[in-house]
Design a protein around this ligand. Structure first.
Ligand code: 1HE
Length: 279
């Protein structure tokens, strides 16, 4: 990816480690909450626009998570989650560099979607363009009431390049994505929730606490179950039914054959395990 991102990803992955996480660019900040990592976009002065070092830093972060981290919360500093692609970088790029840049975003976001642990996004303010593509690569989305969503690529004369054509249609529907891109319309937080783009809608300022609460619940699941949900379920959903049923049977058998399942099932049958509760 020589012409894609301006610095090699390895630079962040192999440099000396500050604390628990790999060295991150100034536009990212990570902290640990027990077995949860919170990664923040920390470029509020540019509305968390995603420049090369930020995308590259996210790839390095998700590639080198400490082994005891079991879920990640992704949030943004300031008034907005992310204004999307850093448009100031676009002027520099020729056509092939553009292809490589898009592929580099794909590679980074693939590390999120098909990484080691589930990721909960906490959305607020602008979640636009590449910011929405980033949110789509996470597994659970919490929105504060200030969140709004748009795909303004049409008005900038560009096209989504962070995997939006692949990840957004299953969330929004192809027709709605088409309409959003053609008209540049904005969806508010309630509309995003109504169409299933987000899973939780909370008051302004309450997103991070909700995200951490959900991440802790997720971290308490059996690791293989989380793995199967992240890695097997989307492959089944994208395959023909016969392949899907067979793959599901294999995943189910692997899960139930594990020690984790046996002890959790025993706990329930011996009245020690949690019951399902009405929310
Ligand atoms: C930026 C960016 C950016 C802000 N790239 N610098 N994304 C967009 O088309 C969205 C463009 N941004 C906006 O519409 C607005 O900035 C917001 C609605 C997000 C926020 O508005 P506001 O009034 O809070 O902030 P602002 O005054 O517009 O911006 C503050 C600074 O951030 C300002 O820089 P300054 O040096 O003048 O202070 C802005 O220039 C800068 N800024 N957004 C660069 N996006 C892989 S393909 C993905 C394709 C896309 O993502 S297209 C969508 C791009």
């Amino acid at each position: 990816m020589s012409g894609g991102l301006s610095t090699a990803v390895d630079e962040f992955a192999v440099n000396d480690r500050a604390g628990d996480f790999c060295v991150l660019p100034p536009s990212l900040r990570a902290e640990r909450r027990d077995d949860i990592a919170v990664l923040r976009l920390a470029r509020a002065e540019k509305r968390n626009a995603l420049d090369d070092p930020t995308v590259q830093g996210m790839e390095a972060f998700f590639t080198s998570l400490p082994p005891d981290i079991r879920a990640v919360v992704l949030a943004g500093d300031g008034e907005h989650f992310s204004a999307g692609l850093d448009l100031s970088e676009l002027r520099e790029r020729d056509v092939f560099a553009g292809v490589e840049h898009s592929r580099a975003w794909h590679q980074a976001f693939e590390r999120i979607q098909f990484g080691r642990v589930p990721v909960v996004a906490v959305l607020h303010g602008a979640v636009v363009g590449g910011g929405l593509e980033l949110a789509a690569a996470t597994h659970v989305r919490v929105a504060e009431r200030s969140a709004f969503y748009a795909l303004p690529e049409g008005s900038r004369g560009i096209y989504v390049g962070g995997g939006g054509s692949v990840r957004l249609p299953p969330l929004l529907g192809t027709a709605r994505m088409m309409e959003m891109m053609l008209t540049g319309r904005t969806l508010d937080a309630e509309e995003g929730q109504a169409i299933g783009l987000t899973h939780y809608l909370v008051e302004v300022g309450a997103g991070l606490a909700k995200g951490i609460e959900l991440a802790k619940r997720i971290a308490g699941n059996a690791p293989f179950t989380n793995f199967a949900v992240m890695h097997v379920l989307p492959r089944i959903a994208g395959s023909d039914p016969a392949t899907g049923f067979t793959t599901e049977a294999l995943a189910a058998a692997i899960a139930q054959g594990g020690d984790e399942a046996k002890s959790r099932l025993r706990d329930f049958l011996e009245k020690r395990g949690p019951k399902v509760v009405r929310s």
